[in-house]
Design a protein around this ligand. Structure first.
Ligand SMILES: [Zn+2]
Length: 422
């Protein structure tokens, strides 16, 4: 799940990764040159964005954590810049918005922001600095936080430190690491520690690796890897037939805050005592892994149910498949009770109301609606819908309703639309 990095309360509860994919936009490119100073829990960053658009760009806005100190903004065609603070009702935080105006209209604009910051307390420990999405350390295009970018991330650390990310570095030498890939802008990740214990489990077609900061691995970590393999094998069958997980990375910084799945086949689990023998923690693990597919629903409106409702139900389905029908039933009953007093999912205003209501409407009620749909259709047709939804990277409720109608019939679509709108 992805928890919005800035959405502190969500972050604290551990679930919730969402996202969005904006279709038809040319992919932006990002170069991040990051220096981490773990001893002072601080960092500095040079962030270069090349934004591309089918239409000419004369202006761009970028949101940043208000705690970051912007030292300079530059670009070959930058004409003027302004900054303002504003309250973002979804992230429940005050952000700084930079508005950048360019000379002339071009389909591609490049700009560089040099900034520095202190990591919040929940993102460091002795000899560890965690720059994950939750630390809110990157500039983002408003409402496009989860849009995939092609990125190059270079990280400088003191020679006594090592760095891991969602996949192995392309190059490394003492105090220097270079990563590259395609991922949502907000997910670009670097964790620095004195050392990492690496546990790996490789079998044909699936490699799962775990990095644990500053500590040796425990039996619980080995179990986590084994459970993850089972979950991925199951979810590849019911969700990922057309887009299976072939490799997955777990990052365990030990900061004791939340767990979150990333779209880029990775998850951050910060709980130092995470133990999947507890069905509640096994459910979190299955939920977070499934966010590999459930991360395209627009994150800051009601379409977020396509991320969170699907992830909760995917997690519960795994408990059932693993034979723990008691936890499956208990999990459903808990969410059914919560859903009973929840307002409609469709058009729910995620910027209003309490976090408890947000959970009811975006997590609990959709879980029950998906369960009812499953009951109505049976396993094979329901799993076909999961697979088709994941493969199509469905991002809106409308697109999901159309998919359900194609896979079933008009009557089922109308039934589902009614569940979502009442
Ligand atoms: Zn989630």
């Amino acid at each position: 799940m992805f928890v919005c990095p800035m959405f502190k309360r969500i972050m604290l509860t551990s679930l919730g990764w969402l996202a969005l994919c904006l279709a038809c936009r040319a992919t932006n490119t990002v170069a991040v040159d990051l220096t981490i100073r773990p001893e002072t829990h601080s960092f500095s960053c040079r962030y270069t964005l090349t934004a591309r658009s089918p239409a000419a760009l004369t202006r761009l806005a970028l949101n940043l954590n208000k705690q970051l100190r912007v030292e300079s903004v530059s670009g070959p065609h930058l004409r003027a810049q302004t900054a303002r603070l504003f309250y973002d009702g979804f992230q429940k935080d005050t952000l700084r918005q930079l508005t950048l105006d360019f000379t002339g209209a071009r389909r591609q604009q490049t700009l560089t922001i040099q900034y520095s910051g202190q990591l919040p307390k929940r993102f460091y420990t002795d000899s560890l600095a965690e720059l994950t999405p939750y630390a809110n350390w990157l500039p983002n295009l408003p409402d496009r936080e989860y849009e995939p970018v092609r990125y190059r991330l270079t990280v400088h650390v003191p020679p006594a430190y090592q760095v891991v990310s969602t996949h192995p570095p392309r190059r490394t030498r003492s105090g220097y690491y270079e990563f590259a890939g395609t991922a949502p802008n907000i997910e670009i990740t670097a964790i620095a520690a004195r050392y990492f214990t690496r546990l790996a489990s490789a079998a044909p077609g699936l490699a799962v690796v775990l990095y644990k900061a500053n500590q040796s691995a425990t039996a619980a970590d080995s179990l986590l890897l084994r459970q993850a393999r089972r979950i991925i094998t199951y979810q590849n069958q019911i969700i990922g037939r057309r887009d299976p997980i072939r490799q997955f990375t777990f990052l365990l910084p030990g900061t004791n805050r939340n767990a979150g799945g990333l779209l880029d086949n990775a998850a951050v689990i910060t709980y130092p005592d995470f133990d999947t023998r507890d069905p509640a923690e096994l459910l979190i693990l299955a939920h977070e892994i499934s966010h590999k597919w459930w991360g395209y629903g627009t994150w800051n409106d009601y379409n977020n149910w396509l991320n969170e409702g699907f992830a909760v139900y995917s997690g519960l389905l795994y408990l059932r498949a693993a034979g723990d029908t008691a936890s499956f039933r208990q999990g459903l009953a808990k969410r059914r009770a919560s859903a009973a007093t929840a307002p409609a999912v469709l058009n729910f205003d995620v910027r209003q109301g309490t976090y408890a209501t947000f959970r009811q409407v975006m997590y609990d009620k959709p879980t029950i609606i998906l369960y009812e749909l499953h009951q109505r259709l049976g396993d094979a047709p329901f799993f076909r819908i999961l697979t088709a939804t994941a493969a199509a990277r469905i991002s809106t409720t409308q697109a999901f309703l159309e998919l359900v109608e194609r896979e079933t019939n008009r009557e089922t679509r109308d039934w589902l639309a009614l569940q979502l709108s009442t």
